[in-house]
Write a protein that binds this ligand. Structure first.
Ligand SMILES: *[C@@H]1O[C@H](CO)[C@@H](O)[C@H](O)[C@H]1NC(C)=O
Ligand SMILES: *[C@@H]1O[C@H](CO)[C@@H](O)[C@H](O)[C@H]1NC(C)=O
Ligand SMILES: *[C@@H]1O[C@H](CO)[C@@H](O)[C@H](O)[C@H]1NC(C)=O
Ligand SMILES: *[C@@H]1O[C@H](CO)[C@@H](O)[C@H](O)[C@H]1NC(C)=O
Length: 484
């Protein structure tokens, strides 16, 4: 008995011929099966390559990356307003709106009253928001004003403006620095889904809402393709978040559901602050100033000027050299042991001490958060105010007063002392008193197309003992000067 022939019982019952047929049948079956599988695979293969072809084609053939730089006419603004408060906001909007140059709309809750008609051509054209409460998709509306405002994104898109790259949404009390906005948006690819803006200054605001959302008062930009995708799902999405208070928060939820996250861009300012924000404006990060908000809830930003005068005053500097506005430049007068910090177009601070840049670039906490909470308060570090040692740590403060264009592109901005500094000289540093100085002239040339962090200016201080006017001359930094 050969062990090798202990064939299974079922085989044992077949005759040799039947076994051969069975073998052939199985073999044929396998061949057919493999043929079938290969067909299937080929079918899949063809389909996948089709998909892939379509995919790559769509990516490469999608709106070609802009060959032309983004300019002011590629932006359409949507400003959220309301008829009841429009009168108080007109001066803010007029400070930055350029009739027949900036494109966009003011969205109102109802038709303008007779006293605004005919509608002034120095305002953005108005649109009355749709009455969405009549739409069947809306139920259980608690905060109708927020829904009205957020639906402006949908309504502005439906206006069908041509050659739009960006929709920029802002409030009627947002001041926009249009040329800087253009410069900032030009860096981004408007053919992609882009959601650009900034958080609140206050930790508590971001905590209540989201650390990942753009605050609407500071304004935010949506690329055209993103707006187009958003409006397809918008009403459904708003209904999903109908209980959410605040339109910018609602929008953030809808954009998140689309898989889009915020691109944080410094320079948009929600200003969830109260009091004197000069400390912040005197140490702005090295990025273009894009917006300011809540001018009604803070002190006027210049002493002896009201709120609208203050903004128009800042705009004078902005018109002369928008890229340089609020850009901080630091230099020293070593013989007197003074540090100078210039926030171009806004303020000059003189310290009777030599402080490193790292210290001077930290804003002085002259302001408070909008809500009384316990620290930590802000998304950035601050220097406490008033300081422990006012003689050595409190600056002499000068505010922007006037601007003059000289031949050869030179710009002279003048800053004057608003108040005497109420403390003794800093004796420990052995510095001279800066009390006699009443006026500072800053000489610069336009810093157009100055990109983030690429170019840092240095300056020299020209001071003669006993003179009441000091000159600060902007110049290129010398090699290794910044580090020393
Ligand atoms: C590829 O695109 C064409 C036209 O856009 C379409 O007809 C076809 O069904 C697409 N193929 C696949 C596999 O998606
Ligand atoms: C903006 O750029 C477009 C080209 O993309 C050009 O046609 C238009 O004239 C430009 N507008 C301004 C105001 O420069
Ligand atoms: C804007 O253009 C319109 C029509 O061209 C003109 O009537 C109006 O006066 C212009 N407005 C301003 C403020 O220039
Ligand atoms: C601010 O000052 C300007 C110019 O003096 C004046 O026209 C305007 O009414 C003032 N605004 C307020 C709110 O007081």
């Amino acid at each position: 008995m050969a062990v090798n022939f202990t064939t299974p019982q079922k085989h044992g019952t077949l005759s040799p011929l039947a076994a051969l047929f069975k073998f052939l049948a199985i073999f044929l079956g396998l061949v057919l099966l493999m043929f079938y599988i290969s067909l299937q695979e080929n079918a899949h293969f063809y389909q996948n390559s089709d998909l892939l072809a379509n995919f790559t084609q769509r990516w490469s053939a999608s709106i070609p990356i802009a060959k032309t730089p983004t300019n002011i006419s590629h932006i359409v603004f949507g400003i959220a307003g309301s008829m009841n408060t429009w009168q108080q906001k007109t001066s803010y909007v007029k400070s930055w709106w350029r009739p027949n140059v900036t494109r966009g709309y003011l969205f109102l809750d109802r038709e303008p009253t007779m006293d605004f008609l005919p509608w002034s051509s120095s305002y953005p054209p108005f649109r009355v928001n749709e009455d969405f409460t009549k739409l069947s998709s809306y139920k259980n509306i608690e905060w109708s004003d927020h829904v009205r405002i957020v639906r402006s994104v949908l309504e502005i898109f439906k206006e069908g403006d041509e050659d739009v790259r960006w929709y920029v949404m802002a409030d009627d009390d947002t001041i926009v620095f249009v040329d800087n906005l253009v410069e900032v948006l030009a860096k981004y690819d408007h053919t992609k889904y882009m959601y650009i803006g900034a958080s609140s200054e206050c930790i508590i605001s971001n905590f209540y809402f989201s650390f990942d959302m753009a605050f609407g008062g500071g304004g935010y930009a949506l690329s055209y393709p993103l707006a187009a995708a958003l409006i397809k799902i918008f009403d459904k999405c708003i209904q999903r978040y109908i209980h959410i208070l605040y339109s910018d928060f609602m929008l953030y939820f809808c954009l998140s559901d689309l898989g889009v996250s915020l691109t944080q861009q410094k320079g948009f300012h929600q200003i969830d602050l109260v009091g004197d924000i000069s400390g912040l404006l005197s140490a702005h990060p090295q990025v273009p100033l894009v917006s300011l908000h809540h001018l009604d809830t803070i002190d006027p930003i210049f002493p002896f000027k009201n709120r609208s005068e203050s903004i128009n005053h800042l705009m004078k500097a902005s018109k002369a050299d928008h890229s340089r506005l609020l850009q901080q430049t630091i230099c020293y007068h070593r013989p007197s042991k003074w540090s100078f910090s210039v926030s171009w177009g806004y303020s000059v601070h003189i310290y009777e001490n030599i402080f490193p840049r790292s210290y001077l670039r930290t804003p002085i906490e002259t302001f408070r958060p909008w809500k009384d909470v316990s620290p930590p308060l802000y998304m950035f570090n601050t220097r406490p105010w008033p300081p422990k040692d006012p003689s050595c740590e409190a600056p002499h403060v000068f505010y922007f007063d006037s601007i003059e264009k000289k031949e050869g592109d030179q710009i002279v901005t003048t800053y004057v002392r608003a108040f005497p500094r109420d403390s003794a000289s800093c004796s420990s540093s052995g510095s001279l008193s800066a009390d006699p100085i009443t006026k500072i002239q800053v000489f610069s040339s336009p810093a157009t197309k100055r990109m983030e962090g690429v170019e840092i200016d240095c300056c020299s201080v020209l001071h003669e003992a006993g003179m009441d006017t000091t000159k600060v001359i902007y110049r290129k930094c010398m090699k290794d000067e910044i580090m020393s």
